[in-house]
Structure formats: C-alpha cells, structure tokens
Design a protein around this ligand. Structure first.
Ligand SMILES: *[C@@H]1O[C@H](CO)[C@@H](O)[C@H](O)[C@H]1NC(C)=O
Ligand SMILES: *[C@@H]1O[C@H](CO)[C@@H](O)[C@H](O)[C@H]1NC(C)=O
Length: 647
C-alpha cells in the first residue's frame, strides 16, 4: 500500500552513489535534508539548483544524524567512536573524545537544550553545547536508536540485546543568588538556601516538565499546571491550570513571566494573573527558545522563523505589536536576541547576533524615523545583559568583552572602544557559553562543561546607578577616585545622553578629547534654551546635531561645529549656502594649514580664497556679534559660554 501511495506521487532519488546512507534528518524549515555518505555529511536543499553542502565530518562511517528544529544544530555519530555537534553551515561546534565503541545513536530533545547519545552498554545525556551531564552504563548491548517523549522529560532506547530501555531526566539544577533548586524525582524538587543550609521540599501532583528560577521567583510547569513560588516563602505557591499543558519554554522578567505553551505564548504576573498573549501571522511556537524570544518589563521580542531577518516586538501589558506593528528588519539572518532590562521604556534596547556573528544594537521603539541598527562588535558567539543595569557582555573570538555602556554608540561612537573591558578568553577553548551575569561575576561554561568565573569591575555598575538617579557630582567623584579611562569615557557618553553638558565637558577633558570639549561649548548655548530638545550627538550623528542647529536658525553654530571637527568641506558648503561666514571658514582653514605646515590643495577653498584678505579683527567682531545675538535669544544666558576661539 505504501509503495502504491508513493508511486502515485513522485519518488525522487538524489544521492546516486554506491555508498549506503545510514541516516537522514529534515532541516527546521522542511526545505533541506541532511544525510550521511560514508564519512561525509551532505545537506541537500530541495529546491532545484540550490547549492549542496558537503563536508567530511568523521574519520569513520557516520551511523546517525539528527537535526533540531529549535536550535538548528546538527548531531552526528560514527564508527570513529565520536559524536559531534555542528551548526547548519557545517561549522564544527563540539567534537567528543573517542569512546571505546562506535556511537550508534544520537537524538535531540524536542526543545534542543539536551541530546542523548547511545553506544555499547552506554547512554549519555549531553547539553546542547556538547558536554556530558550524565553517563549511564545499562546492560543493553549497543543502543541503536533513541526517542524522546514530546515533553522532553523521558527517553526510550532500542537495544541490541532485545530490550527497550527507558530513562527519566532528573537532577536538573537551577540557581539564583543563594538558592539552589534540584529536580530530585519526577514530581519533587529540593530547594537549598546556601546561606543557612535550610532545605525545603517541593512536591507536585504531576510530572515536572519545565522550570525557571530568577528575580526571586521559581516558576514550575507540570503536565497540567503552573506553580509560582516566591523565594521568600516556599510553602504557599500560586497554582493555576495551564491552557494547553505542553510548556516548552519559560522566560522571566522582573515584573512577569512568559510561557510558551502548545501553539501560543502567554504572559502571566507572579500572582498568576493572565496578562497577554502576543501573536503574529505564521507564528510557530514549536521552534522558539531562549535565544529567539526575549522578555523585559515592558516588551516581548520574538525572532520570526519564516523570515529570520525579522524581529517582532510587542507591548508586554497588552500583547499588541509595538509602534503600529512595525517590526525590526535586519540585513542578515538573526541568531540570538536579548532585550536590556533597565531604564525607561522609551530607551529600551535590543541586542542581537546575526549570521555573520556581528553583534548589533538598536532601539525597540520604532516610531517615525526608524532607529538605526548599529554594529557593536564582530565575531561574537554569545551575549548576556546584566539585569540590574544595562551592561552587556559577550565572547568575541578569543576575547571576553564587556560593553559597560552600549548606548555610547548612539551618542558618540568614536569613544565606544574606550568604554569596553577586554580580557583574554582563549583559555576558555572553543565555543564557550555565558551562563550567567550575576553581581560582578560572569560565569562561562567551557565546551568541556567546566565553569569559569570572571570578575569584572564593580565601578561601572555604581556609575550606572548614580547616573540613573542624576547624581552627577557623585559620578564625577567616583571617576576621580577610580582613575580609569573606561569610567571617564562611560561618564562622557552617559552625560551626553542625559544632556548634562557640564559633566560631559569634565569627562571629555579627562580622556583628552579636546575637540569634543570645544564642540560642547559650541552647542551649550543652544542646549540652555532647549533642555528638552532632541538628542545632540557626536560624530556618530553630527548631521543630526547640524540639522537641529539649522532648524533653530543657528547657522553660525552649525558652521562652527564642522570647523571644530575639521569637516572643512561641509563648513564651507554651509557658509556658501547661507551666504554667511565664508571668511570665517577660510580664516580657520588657513590657520589650520599653517599649524600643520600644509599647502592648500582643495579646489573649492582655492576658489573662494582667491583675492580674499583675511581680517581676523573683523571675523572676531562678527563672531562676538553672533554670540551676543544668541545670548539675547537664550533665556538663561548667564552661564552660557562663548566659543573661546583664539585665532
Ligand atoms: C520592573 O518591574 C518591577 C515590578 O513591577 C519593578 O519593581 C521594577 O522597578 C521594574 N524595572 C524597570 C526597569 O522598570
Ligand atoms: C548586575 O550587576 C549588579 C551590579 O554589579 C549586581 O548587583 C546584580 O546582581 C547583577 N545582576 C545580574 C542578574 O547579573
């Protein structure tokens, strides 16, 4: 019957060599098939003429493959007694030590967090990054096939000795601050408070499927219900029935948590109140994981599967799309997303890593003029936000990087490198993964499963706190005390972002950015009048500053900021366009050339300089006039400074 059914359809054969094919697996989008051919792995897209990807994956015949639709990772196992993890571009992510016997089976858990490995008398449970959680030596012969239950809590193995073996996944751990939670049995958990060694036992009516511990709450889903415990009181959880009872992901923010249950996403408060359920056309919940969904107090972000270049953004409290349903669209496929957790909703940022391993950041609010997507770094494999202040850390190639104030890219991109911490990460071996960023400690899991702790400076976090409560004097005092360029650079950017120009001036002076100090002087007058005006930014966006000044009729200031930043072409262009201060521009240009002992070669400058006598007295008088005029316009002129120009 099957043959008849198939024959009525078309049967295609695309691998026509003599080598036996031992294993096949579908890709996540059902548009590609992965199969084995001797020591080679082959990914064949089903569209005609699409490129086939083929690579040598093992030193022996490959016996088994699996491809997970959630994390898009590939497993392979072979007669060379090794199992390996690959990404779908054939890049190796993990390579096991050789075992005593060929590896006869590998299988992903449905959510892609774990996989199981079978061999002769051997069953192993591994993390998705390859390292081994648990090893069992059952009397089974070779395990030829492994199947996971849909909820990812149990496995069954097909054994060479005629048995079928079952196993439950227990002893999972969750940690937060001083609490350690362990799943001890299928329906029981143990909570240990490491401060006083107090132990609490939690019992559940049904099998535990998923759990998450963060922000002083433990959220547990069983096959029917959801339990919410507060770390302050383990005895009286809030319990409510699940809508569908197949929770595949729990994510927490300080205000609420999110469940991916069956085909929907549900947001609940910690009191168990349903809040919202965001949706978009073609949403596939089966492939969502912690890398493709992110939650903050105000926002839910989801990377789409149908088009991996797109991130959907929702208002958490209503589940409605943000900003008229405008989604965020990037030029490349996006692998991992993360919302920052602190600060005002209007400043909410999302960081993400794309297919080229570029780390980018952009604003979540996408009203009106689309916020730019800005690249923060390249070759980044993993990222994490600290959740009490917006500090981002990541592993970049062989470096460990902390972006103490990622927002710097929006105010002054030039000084971004000065706001980073960089450490050597080559000792972490390949594909380390950031587990947590708690306090000043970043915990990294190496590919072999061992944990490494890195301590970062506590001062930037304190600086964030001062700035968020506008304690500028304390912030300056802290920087003077710590005496580090990184701190001053962060403070400079924070001050500009918050339009505290006095602090910005001090901070820029401390890192020797004299141009910026001058520039601040030149815009101060304007800012005094426009406390609530748009952001004024540096080179990252000098055009914007210029537009702001021109709109306010401050043509001379717009010209002067270009002069200060040696944007000679633009300075002259503006002067000519507005028929003012052409002589000022020429005078500064001449002064600049003299200082650097250069000859004029620019054609436009040569043209306008022809026959013009530079008269500094006249120019100074004109500038004085401009400044007086602006002072008169300015309501609070007493503290505004003049340009301090000394020809
Ligand atoms: C997030 O929500 C919690 C609880 O409502 C609140 O205490 C906290 O201040 C919020 N955080 C931010 C950054 O808004
Ligand atoms: C973030 O950093 C602050 C300050 O260093 C720390 O107190 C807090 O615990 C950190 N939070 C997390 C979850 O990383």
């Amino acid at each position: 019957f099957i043959r008849e059914k198939m024959a009525q359809k078309n049967l295609f054969f695309f691998h026509l060599s003599g080598t036996p094919v031992y294993s096949v697996a579908w890709g996540p989008d059902s548009e590609k098939v992965l199969y084995t051919a001797g020591k080679q792995l082959i990914i064949k897209p089903l569209q005609p003429n699409a490129k086939v990807l083929q690579w040598k994956a093992h030193d022996g015949i490959i016996l088994k493959v699996d491809w997970n639709s959630v994390n898009d990772l590939i497993l392979s196992a072979g007669e060379d007694c090794k199992y390996k993890v690959w990404d779908s571009y054939s890049r190796p992510l993990y390579n096991s030590q050789p075992h005593e016997h060929p590896i006869t089976s590998v299988a992903w858990a449905p959510d892609g967090e774990l996989f199981a490995v079978g061999s002769f008398h051997t069953l192993r449970l591994c993390d998705k990054t390859g390292w081994s959680y648990a090893l069992e030596k059952p009397n089974t012969g070779s395990i030829f096939n492994i199947a996971w239950s849909i909820d990812g809590t149990q496995i069954a193995g097909a054994c060479g000795n005629g048995h079928v073996v079952f196993a439950h996944v227990v002893e999972q751990h969750w940690e937060w601050k001083n609490f350690q939670v362990t799943l001890t049995k299928r329906r029981a958990m143990q909570v240990r408070n490491v401060l006083n060694d107090a132990v609490d036992l939690l019992e559940f009516r049904d099998r535990v499927i998923k759990a998450s511990l963060n922000y002083a709450h433990l959220v547990v889903s069983t096959s029917l219900q959801c339990y919410v415990f507060s770390t302050k009181n383990w005895n009286t959880p809030i319990i409510f029935d699940l809508k569908e009872g197949t929770v595949s992901l729990i994510l927490q923010a300080e205000r609420h948590f999110l469940l991916v249950d069956g085909s929907s996403i549900y947001l609940y408060s910690y009191e168990g109140r349903f809040i919202s359920s965001p949706k978009f056309p073609g949403m596939r919940t089966d492939i969502l994981n912690a890398q493709t969904v992110s939650l903050s107090n105000d926002t839910i972000a989801i990377r789409d599967k149908a088009d991996e270049k797109i991130i959907f953004l929702f208002e958490a409290s209503t589940g409605k799309p943000l900003g008229d349903g405008k989604f965020l669209s990037h030029k490349n496929e996006i692998l991992e997303i993360a919302l920052d957790q602190k600060g005002l909703t209007n400043d909410r940022k999302i960081a993400f890593i794309d297919k080229n391993r570029d780390l980018c950041i952009t604003s979540v609010k996408r009203f009106g003029k689309e916020e730019q997507i800005i690249k923060l770094g390249t070759m980044v494999h993993t990222l994490a936000w600290n959740d009490t202040c917006n500090i981002l850390c990541g592993l970049q190639d062989t470096r460990f990087i902390v972006w103490y104030y990622p927002n710097t890219v929006y105010v002054d991109r030039d000084i971004l490198p000065k706001t980073l911490y960089e450490g050597d990460a080559s000792e972490f071996s390949k594909n380390p993964h950031i587990v947590s960023f708690v306090g000043n400690q970043v915990t990294i899991r190496r590919a072999d499963g061992s944990l490494v702790h890195i301590n970062i400076s506590p001062y930037p976090a304190i600086l964030h706190e001062y700035v968020s409560s506008s304690k500028w004097e304390d912030a300056v005092r802290l920087c003077r005390f710590v005496k580090e360029q990184t701190m001053w650079a962060c403070l400079a950017a924070m001050a500009v972002a918050n339009r505290d120009m006095t602090t910005a001036e001090i901070a820029y002076a401390a890192i020797g950015e004299i141009d910026k100090v001058q520039y601040i002087n030149s815009i101060k007058v304007f800012h005094l009048k426009n406390q609530n005006g748009p952001h004024t930014t540096f080179s990252g966006n000098i055009q914007e500053a210029e537009i702001v000044l021109l709109q306010a009729g401050l043509v001379y200031q717009a010209i002067q900021i270009n002069i200060n930043l040696y944007n000679w072409e633009r300075a002259l262009e503006l002067a000519v366009k507005y028929k003012t201060h052409v002589d000022t521009v020429l005078a500064y240009r001449q002064k600049f050339l003299e200082t650097f002992d250069k000859q004029e070669t620019n054609k436009r400058y040569l043209h306008y300089a022809e026959g013009l006598q530079i008269d500094w007295e006249k120019i100074k008088a004109k500038i004085e006039m401009e400044i007086t005029k602006e002072r008169e316009q300015s309501s609070s002129s007493q503290s505004s400074k003049s340009m301090g120009l000394k020809p």
